[in-house]
Ligand binder design. Structure first.
Ligand code: MG
Length: 259
């Protein structure tokens, strides 16, 4: 498995790609209201990306028809935006997207409760908060000299006691000149330790956690991934840079951990 190490110049470009995406996601999550279609959310998000001068990287990726994956309730990831999918108060929505700046990719996802967290089922709000926290537990291990699967096991150590399902069919990934690079980054417990992490690796870490079972199905549209038991799921992702110390999160706005 060839995992690329980015040069200082490449890292600078990825920081910019990440910063633009962080801004887009902050504005897009604030835009979402009950009664909107996921089509409208995608259109707004795509226009926000274009305004930065960047290019959406999900659009046409392996034939994906939109700039954002918008996944509602039992949809885990890869939901296709649709004029028919109207967001209701209390829905959990995963917004996953990315962009390209001067040839370098960023990728991040946020989950939110439509209408605000006070409108959600408390069990789903807690699931959402713990999914986000599991990302931070995972990346606390993303330090040069550690092993790749230290990330997965830190996520599993945190999530397993809650009895949630950790999605196994989809993983995080390396990122850089391509949206998906090696390595694949699982979120569930691993027996092996994986490759050794090095400074200069850029990774998209993205736990996908379900209220019920981890078993999923893929819809006939070829994309939408749903939980088999139809229980809600949450998703949280950032692009990070591995360093000798704490990882640098490229897709969060400086000084925030919320947006
Ligand atoms: Mg990703």
């Amino acid at each position: 498995m060839a995992v690329s190490l980015k040069s200082e110049r490449e890292i600078q470009l990825m920081r910019t790609a990440g910063h633009y995406l962080a801004e887009v996601l902050a504005e897009l999550t604030a835009f979402v209201q009950p009664g909107m279609s996921t089509y409208e959310v995608n259109a707004k998000g795509e226009s926000l990306i274009r305004k930065t001068g960047c290019v959406p990287n999900f659009l046409h990726y392996e034939g994906f028809p939109a700039s954002f994956c918008l996944s509602v309730n039992e949809e885990v990831v890869h939901g296709i935006p649709s004029k028919k999918r109207i967001l209701k108060e209390g829905d959990i929505l995963s917004i996953d997207g990315g962009l390209i700046y001067k040839g370098y990719h960023s990728d991040a996802a946020r989950s939110l409760i439509v209408g605000g967290p006070d409108k959600g089922d408390p069990a789903v709000v807690t699931l959402m908060e713990r999914t986000k926290e599991s990302f931070f537990r995972g990346i606390s291990q993303a330090v040069a000299g550690n092993y790749l699967y230290d990330i997965a096991n830190a996520i599993a150590d945190y999530i397993e006691p809650f009895g949630y399902g950790i999605i196994r069919d989809l993983t995080g990934h390396g990122i850089g000149r391509a949206l998906h690079e090696d390595p694949s980054i699982p979120n569930f417990r691993q027996q092996k330790r994986g490759i050794r992490l090095k400074a200069g690796m850029t990774l998209a870490v993205e736990p996908m956690i379900a209220l019920g079972t981890w078993a999923v199905d893929f819809a006939d549209d070829g994309w939408t991934c749903t939980t088999r038991d139809k229980k809600p799921s949450a998703h949280y992702e950032n692009t990070i840079l591995v360093t000798e110390g704490e990882p640098e999160i490229l897709t969060l706005l400086a000084g925030t951990v919320s947006s």
